[in-house]
Design a protein around this ligand. Structure first.
Ligand code: GRF
Length: 221
């Protein structure tokens, strides 16, 4: 078996996506080592998942830093100390400044609850419902300086049902996000995935469109 992919996971909340990664690693599906979990929220539920799994975790509260750049510098140093192959933003609710991004360009991915390029930013479920969309979903993209604007690696699509509320849509999407994240991190463990000139390349070939999560839990074009 090849060396496991060393991943650092950044969270702000319940960490259900972190839990999905931990479970996939424990079941043997994902050849990863989660070396560090970092939360910018002291009581984030996800910290318990890290503790139970014996994963080192650190709380770095943005509110305790006077200036954004100081938080960004501290976060960049904290991530870099673990020398991760991949940095996964799994519900990390802070904008990634250039100081954090620069050392990890092409090695930092973000899970976003919309079919990008639709609905960057927050409140995506309500915005999709208000637009009358028939489909919603989640995307995983390389992080760039543009908020939720980096090249999209993968997506999962779900139908909008009659009577859906933002909450019902979010609860139906959540388990699909978990599957999307596991499949996408798996892609990094089994293939060379690169961000080049604003496009996604897998094993040297440019993907024409985001890979889609299939019912078998795998990604394909
Ligand atoms: C996910 O829905 C993700 O799309 C959004 O934040 C949520 C994180 O959930 N950005 P969790 O903390 O992994 O449970």
């Amino acid at each position: 078996m090849s060396r496991s992919l060393k991943a650092t996971v950044l969270i702000s909340g319940s960490g259900s996506n972190l839990k999905a990664l931990i479970s996939a690693r424990e079941s043997g599906r994902l050849n990863i080592e989660i070396n560090h979990v970092i939360s910018n929220v002291a009581n984030a539920g996800g910290l318990e998942h890290a503790e139970k799994a014996g994963i080192r975790s650190t709380v770095l509260e943005h509110g305790t830093f006077g200036r954004r750049e100081d938080f960004d510098r501290a976060l960049a140093l904290l991530i870099a100390a673990g020398k991760p192959d991949l940095v996964v933003l799994a519900g990390f609710m802070r904008i990634i400044g250039p100081q954090i991004l620069e050392p990890f360009q092409g090695r930092m991915i973000n899970l976003h609850p919309s079919l990008l390029p639709l609905y960057r930013g927050t409140d995506t479920y309500r915005r999709a419902l208000e637009a009358g969309d028939h489909q919603h979903g989640a995307s995983i993209h390389f992080v760039t300086e543009e908020l939720d604007g980096g090249p999209v690696i993968s997506q999962v699509v779900i139908p909008v049902e009659p009577g859906d509320s933002p909450d019902s849509l979010a609860s139906r999407l959540s388990p699909m996000e978990h599957r999307l994240l596991v499949a996408t991190v798996e892609l990094f463990t089994t293939h060379k995935v690169e961000c080049r000139k604003g496009s996604v390349f897998v094993d040297g070939a440019e993907t024409a469109a985001p890979l889609k999560l299939q019912t078998n839990g795998k990604l394909s074009a």
